[in-house]
Design a protein around this ligand. Structure first.
Ligand code: ADP
Ligand code: MG
Length: 293
């Protein structure tokens, strides 16, 4: 391709919100073998919603929700936001019909009055959060976080969890003072274009991969919905780059589609947050360099 062709293609990309970092990046995309997608917020909308909350101890459901929301209040994770929303609605909607309109705006203020103080908060990457509330150790996160801390998950809770996971939901498990208390089920719907894009990649001869820190069962269920057969689940945040490197080992060209963390290192920035732009980027490269494949 001539420099002019590269310039034109770069401009076309920009008009579609596909920012290409130079001619080399533009050329590379035509030969991509793998597209690795983050699950949360990339294939999914990243708008998690709690669908179930179930207590397996004697704790009152309202107290359970207060406890979980208090532990998650300092977390930046999308799941934490879902938990706080659910607890907020549980406690305030229905009870305050007349003031319902203003309550959503006053949410942070209302929450801060009602949440319990969480001390020694720490996020456990890829697993959940822990803190101390009223002097008791609180764990909120996935199965690994709970069991690693020596807490036993009762069989009926485990069965309930497996059921949620088989239906593409993520379980949020809660332990209080060393005992398992209950769990929540969270759904994060697929982006509407996700399945079409996966199908489109396969037609282009590109192998799609799903990469996630979420558990195997949930990951498989989501992958099935979106049409991805190659799933890498329960990968810690620090391990995601290793997965990409292992795919590159045989000389394959790997594109990673994920959230903002790698913008500096990225060849492409997809401004619109629409997965169709992955296809646009590959198309643009193939048309510009018009290699016969
Ligand atoms: P992803 O690869 O989907 O972005 P993360 O690495 O962020 O996943 O997290 C992996 C898993 O750890 C989540 O699916 C969830 O089960 C658990 N987890 C992480 N942070 C939290 C949190 N703040 N509250 C509850 N669970 C969490
Ligand atoms: Mg994440």
């Amino acid at each position: 391709a001539t420099p002019t062709a590269v310039m034109v293609a770069t401009g076309i990309g920009a008009n579609h919100g596909v920012l290409v970092k130079g001619g080399d990046a533009l050329e590379r995309a035509q030969n991509v073998n793998y597209v690795v997608f983050d699950k949360t917020g990339t294939l999914t909308q990243g708008k998690a919603v709690v669908t179930t909350a179930k207590v397996f101890s004697g704790m009152d459901l309202g107290d359970f929700l207060t406890l979980v929301a208090s532990a998650e209040a300092s977390s930046e994770h999308p799941l934490a936001k879902a938990v706080l929303d659910y607890a907020f609605h549980f406690h305030f909607f229905g009870k305050l019909p007349s003031s319902k309109d203003g309550i959503e705006q006053r949410k942070d203020e209302v929450l801060s009055q009602w949440l319990l103080e969480a001390e020694d908060f720490s996020a456990v990457p890829g697993k959940g959060v822990q803190c101390s509330i009223n002097g008791k150790h609180v764990l909120v996160g996935n199965r690994t976080l709970i069991t690693e801390n020596g807490v036993t998950i009762p069989p009926e809770a485990e069965n309930f969890l497996v059921d949620l996971e088989s239906n593409a939901k993520t379980g949020i498990l809660v332990a209080f003072d060393g005992d398992f208390v209950g769990l929540m089920g969270v759904t994060d719907p697929l982006k509407r274009e996700a399945a079409v894009v996966v199908e489109g990649l396969k037609k282009l001869g590109v192998h799609p991969v799903m990469l996630t820190g979420d558990n195997w069962r949930t990951a498989q269920a989501v992958a099935k919905e979106v049409g991805i057969e190659d799933v890498r689940a329960e990968v810690m945040p620090a391990g995601k780059a290793d997965v990409v490197r292992s795919l590159q080992k045989d000389g394959s060209i790997v594109a990673m589609v994920g959230d903002g963390i790698a913008i500096e290192a990225a060849d492409y920035v997809l401004v619109r947050n629409n997965l169709e732009d992955v296809i646009t980027a590959i198309d643009l490269s193939r048309k510009t360099f018009s290699r016969i494949r």
